[in-house]
Write a protein that binds this ligand. Structure first.
Ligand SMILES: Cc1cc2nc3c(=O)[nH]c(=O)nc-3n(C[C@H](O)[C@H](O)[C@H](O)COP(=O)(O)OP(=O)(O)OC[C@H]3O[C@@H](n4cnc5c(N)ncnc54)[C@H](O)[C@@H]3O)c2cc1C
Length: 375
């Protein structure tokens, strides 16, 4: 049987793409090398921040607005809590990347962001210990996505729209015949399709080896701490946060369950030579960096690491996603180099992948295409 479309990889991007392709009316198959909703790639660890005043580039703002609506629609469809509004406090030096970037995006797109002095931050959230001279920016329409529930809901919705899933099958290679039909050799047999969406996350360069992509895979450690405060709980109104410090960018979430408060470093991390062999043991250096951040930026008397989980960023050379058609094969598209900030955009990225296969392209995605960039 020849499918209309195959999606290679069912992490975050692939699950969303599977749904978008099935909703488009294509007979769609998703192939995943592990089980579905697994913890071996980039789409696990309880939470992901969703925000709109985007410090990385103002052109993400219209995509973020659209993504908010899409997540809320999926939440209604699946009757599952997916997205929670907590607000987001971003802090840093006045001339830093985060503060300057958030202000530029807010100004360009007319977004409301409250500017706070360190004293105003403490008045509002006494758990924080901002350094003098820092600027706080509070964005109210921001919060977190429940990452595993999002992936599960995307897959459930894809199945309802008619998609088929083959799990525990690794795609070893693919070929395109003269008539354009694509054959994928997997560990569980051969599958064929008219179109292919590659959503292989950290494995993208392995799957698209002929493309000479320059992505770097970086190990990231998500860590959960218990601290002796109650006002850092979600139900007590604590926000998500992202701080640019002299040691790097760190971010965290309110405590949403007994695991405690999740904290991680956005910068740093060690290169991963083989994503399949990711070191999943606690990295003491990463732990100490987060502890140092917590000690310097939050008020508490006791803290204890209760859990950690290794994950991977796939960095593109410029830190922006690469979403485009394969340069040599018209009926193959891909999204890669999600650079540690792609989750919030999944539904809109998925739509763009399907549109590219439909010979349409939304100009809002032009800044994320390959041309003119060092992919
Ligand atoms: C610690 C951490 C924190 C993050 N925080 C945020 C955040 O706060 N906000 C935000 O928006 N984003 C965030 N991100 C980024 C976001 O989570 C990722 O951009 C997104 O999840 C990437 O999804 P993906 O589908 O590209 O990769 P993955 O989820 O890794 O999916 C790739 C899939 O392809 C499969 N695959 C690969 N090769 C093959 C093959 N040959 N055959 C079959 N299957 C294959 C893999 O098994 C995997 O399931 C964070 C990422 C990490 C790691």
């Amino acid at each position: 049987m020849v499918y209309d479309c195959i999606v290679l990889g069912l992490g975050g991007v692939g699950s969303a793409a599977l749904r978008a392709a099935a909703v488009r009316g294509w007979k769609t198959l998703g192939i995943e090398q592990f089980g579905v909703v697994h913890d071996r790639g980039s789409s696990h660890g309880q939470t992901r921040i969703i925000r709109t005043a985007y410090f990385e580039h103002p052109d993400y703002v219209p995509l973020a607005r659209r993504a908010w609506r899409a997540w809320e629609e999926l939440q209604t469809e699946c009757r599952q809590p997916l997205v929670e509004k907590t607000g987001l406090l971003q802090m840093g030096p006045p001339d830093g990347e985060v503060v300057q970037g958030v202000l530029a995006s807010a100004e360009q797109h007319g977004l409301t962001v409250d500017t706070l002095t360190p004293d105003e931050v403490i008045l509002r959230f006494p758990a924080f210990k901002p350094a003098p001279g820092q600027i706080g920016l509070f964005e109210e329409p921001a919060g977190f996505l429940r990452v595993e529930t999002c992936v599960a809901s995307l897959l459930k919705s894809a199945r309802s729209a008619g998609a088929t899933i083959v799990a525990n099958a690794e795609v070893e290679s693919f070929d395109v015949a003269a008539n354009g039909v694509i054959s994928l050799e997997t560990t569980e047999g051969t599958y064929q399709a008219e179109r292919l969406i590659v959503a292989a996350g950290p494995w993208t360069q392995r799957v698209l080896k002929e493309m000479d992509l320059h992505f770097k895979v970086i190990r990231k450690q998500q860590q959960w701490f218990q601290i002796d405060r109650v006002d850092t709980k979600w139900e007590n109104g604590f926000p998500c946060y992202l701080f640019e410090t002299e040691n790097g960018i760190f971010y965290g979430f309110p405590e949403i369950d007994r695991l405690g408060m999740k904290v991680a470093e956005h910068t740093g991390g060690e290169p991963v030579a083989d994503p399949s062999g990711l070191d999943r043991e606690t990295n003491r250096n990463d732990q100490q960096r987060c502890e140092h951040f917590l000690d310097g930026h939050m008020n508490f008397t006791k803290r204890r690491l209760v859990h950690d989980s290794a994950c991977m960023y796939t960095m593109s050379p410029d830190g922006h996603f690469v979403i485009d058609r394969h340069p040599q094969i018209d009926n193959v598209v891909f999204a890669g180099g999600m650079s540690g900030h792609g989750f919030k955009f999944l539904p809109v990225i998925a739509q763009q992948l399907v549109d590219l296969l439909d010979a349409k392209s939304d100009p809002l995605f032009d800044f994320l295409r390959m041309s003119g960039r060092d992919g």
